[in-house]
Design a binder for this molecule. Sequence first.
Ligand SMILES: NC(=O)c1ccc[n+]([C@@H]2O[C@H](COP(=O)([O-])OP(=O)(O)OC[C@H]3O[C@@H](n4cnc5c(N)ncnc54)[C@H](OP(=O)(O)O)[C@@H]3O)[C@@H](O)[C@H]2O)c1
Length: 264
Amino acid sequence: MTSTAINFNQVAYLLITGASRGIGQRMAIETSRKFKPGSIVVLLARSASGLESTRAEILECNPHINVVTSSVDLSNASKQLLEDIIDKSLSKTPVGSFELAAIIHNVGTIGNVERKAVDMSDRQEWEEYFATNLFTVGVLNSCFLQKFRECAKKLVVNVTSKACLVPFKSMGFYCAGKAAREMYFKVLADEENDLVVLNYSPGPVDTDMTVDIQGRSNAEEIRNYFKGLRETTTILTTHQTTEKFISILEAGRFSSGDHVDYYD
Ligand SMILES: NC(=O)c1ccc[n+]([C@@H]2O[C@H](COP(=O)([O-])OP(=O)(O)OC[C@H]3O[C@@H](n4cnc5c(N)ncnc54)[C@H](OP(=O)(O)O)[C@@H]3O)[C@@H](O)[C@H]2O)c1
């Protein structure tokens, strides 16, 4: 069995989605800090200014790598656009020159938490939710793996959630999306023995997403859960969860395709 331990101190190509803020921004900064000169980091999200601030912070800690930003709406990005983004970011660098090729599928939206499952009858709402959180994730992942076929070490990370295992009231779109998305990555891990696939569940983290759930969820117990975490300051910071994420990958004490939680 191939080792799942990842050495970030290499010439790497990293593509990360949802890198303009929150968990994705911190993961991009902390992993990039370790890369060797000649590495390429590609940051995707909609907010150009958010991406630019992530880029600036990465270059402050590691000026010898190349950071490419691409402002893109992943709810409707075509396969062609995603392939073009990867091709442009490489600018003729042969993929075989990277010691590590990594993709972090961090993008995620909470969906309409004002709806209960019984009221989820709007087909367009389902389609829009799954477009961002599942369909583009799968398309992008395939584009990436086809491009980096020759690269010796390949890492695929899905930022998942406990919500893919346990139902949470008001989070019908989110729970269904995370469950489907994680199963796709488990099938991928089963089929491709040369990949390291990690489904990382970051725990409850202080980001815009949890502020939004706390403010808008139709379920009082969900609003109170996040309120309680904030009041007791037991909600995690993006730094805490990213530190754990990197230590899990560096130690490699998981099998490809596993779901590993911050609290495991
Ligand atoms: N926070 C938590 O407690 C928690 C717990 C478990 C799992 N997670 C998972 O962790 C991941 C990150 O969550 P977070 O809390 O950091 O969320 P966040 O603060 O809301 O950040 C979401 C990121 O996704 C990007 N994004 C959203 N819609 C997009 C779109 N249509 N096209 C392109 N990019 C888009 C956002 O950038 P733009 O707005 O600039 O596009 C942003 O960079 C998600 O997959 C989430 O499900 C979070």
